[in-house]
Design a protein around this ligand. Structure first.
Ligand SMILES: *[C@@H]1O[C@H](CO)[C@@H](O)[C@H](O)[C@H]1NC(C)=O
Ligand SMILES: *[C@@H]1O[C@H](CO)[C@@H](O)[C@H](O)[C@H]1NC(C)=O
Ligand SMILES: *[C@@H]1O[C@H](CO)[C@@H](O)[C@H](O)[C@H]1NC(C)=O
Length: 288
């Protein structure tokens, strides 16, 4: 190739880089080839290629994904075993295997082939890593007593494009609920002035183009005036009255038997007292 270049005589032309794509999408976990072609008129013995990535997650901290320099290669630790050139030195294309969300961002392919002009050939492309929504987390907070207000929230960690959040009430009847998305990353729903009709099963759906995942909340509103509450109250009062009645009867009976006993004792005391009272006089009499 280098011989051919020399023969054709590119000398004098600056090295140029062409990106065959400017935007690429890949499903997380899949492989993707990032294309970067270049034209040079010099031999390739001193070719130097650097791929950098400015990740969407931290664009201010670009990393060197892979470097080709004088036939040697060096990879960033986060890409070791996952990245490789596919046709170096003829092309600067690389393949990324087992893609992750963190691989998304702006890639730059920089090709330098001394002694060709100092003009660095640079190409740029954007890689988007698509992923299904992860399992969302459903939560509720608030006052579940009648008349209170309850907030249902649903948060989903992963998913590109950003999953949309929907809330539905599933039972006893199915109704969609309005979600308050503005300024709230976790799709939340506020239910004010809750009543027994608010009780039921609620479902959050997190969905994007690649799929949908659900989580659920089972709400039961505490209503002190519910019919079962009244029934319980009546039953409790009734059983307590019965116990009270039984206790009154018992106390009365004990009281009466107790009085009888004491009365009999006193009578016996009186009799014996009488006997003792009479005895001295009997003795006196016998002495007389
Ligand atoms: C990427 O995966 C392909 C197919 O499994 C494999 O042939 C290739 O060697 C891998 N490349 C790297 C850099 O791991
Ligand atoms: C709450 O709901 C009940 C009936 O469900 C209604 O009578 C009451 O006026 C409502 N209160 C407020 C503050 O909206
Ligand atoms: C929701 O809770 C109620 C009462 O606590 C229960 O009867 C019902 O089976 C629950 N439903 C689900 C789907 O868990």
């Amino acid at each position: 190739w280098s011989k051919m270049s020399e023969q054709i005589g590119w000398v004098g032309c600056a090295l140029t880089v062409t990106m065959r794509e400017s935007n690429l999408e890949v499903l997380r976990g899949d492989a993707v080839t990032l294309p970067c072609s270049f034209f040079t008129s010099s031999p390739l013995t001193k070719l130097n290629v650097i791929w950098t990535l400015a990740p969407f997650s931290s664009p201010e901290n670009p990393i060197q994904v892979i470097v080709y320099d004088h036939g040697q290669m060096m990879e960033d630790p986060s890409f070791i075993g996952r990245v490789g050139f596919t046709g170096v030195p003829w092309s600067a294309d690389i393949i990324l295997n087992d893609t992750r969300e963190a691989d998304a961002g702006v890639y730059r392919c920089m090709v330098n082939n001394p002694p060709e002009t100092a003009d660095l050939g640079i190409g740029e492309l954007t890689l988007t890593v698509l992923s299904r929504p992860s399992l969302p987390v459903c939560q509720w907070e608030g006052d579940i007593a009648e008349g209170g207000s309850v907030t249902l929230s649903c948060s989903v960690e992963e998913g590109i494009p950003t999953p949309e959040i929907e809330w539905d009430k599933l039972s006893p009847e199915e109704i969609p609920l309005p979600v308050n998305m503005d300024g709230d990353p976790s799709g939340s729903v506020q239910i004010v002035n809750v009543s027994s009709e608010t009780s039921g099963l609620y479902r959050c759906s997190a969905s994007n183009a690649l799929g949908t995942e659900h989580c659920y909340v089972n709400l039961s509103i505490y209503t002190p005036d519910s019919p079962s509450g009244i029934l319980q109250g009546v039953m409790l009062t009734l059983s307590m009255s019965l116990v009270l009645l039984a206790m009154i009867l018992l106390v009365t009976w004990l009281h009466r038997t107790g009085q009888d006993g004491r009365w009999r004792e006193r009578k016996e005391d009186e009799e014996s007292y009488n006997e003792i009272r009479y005895t001295p006089s009997l003795i006196k009499r016998s002495f007389v």
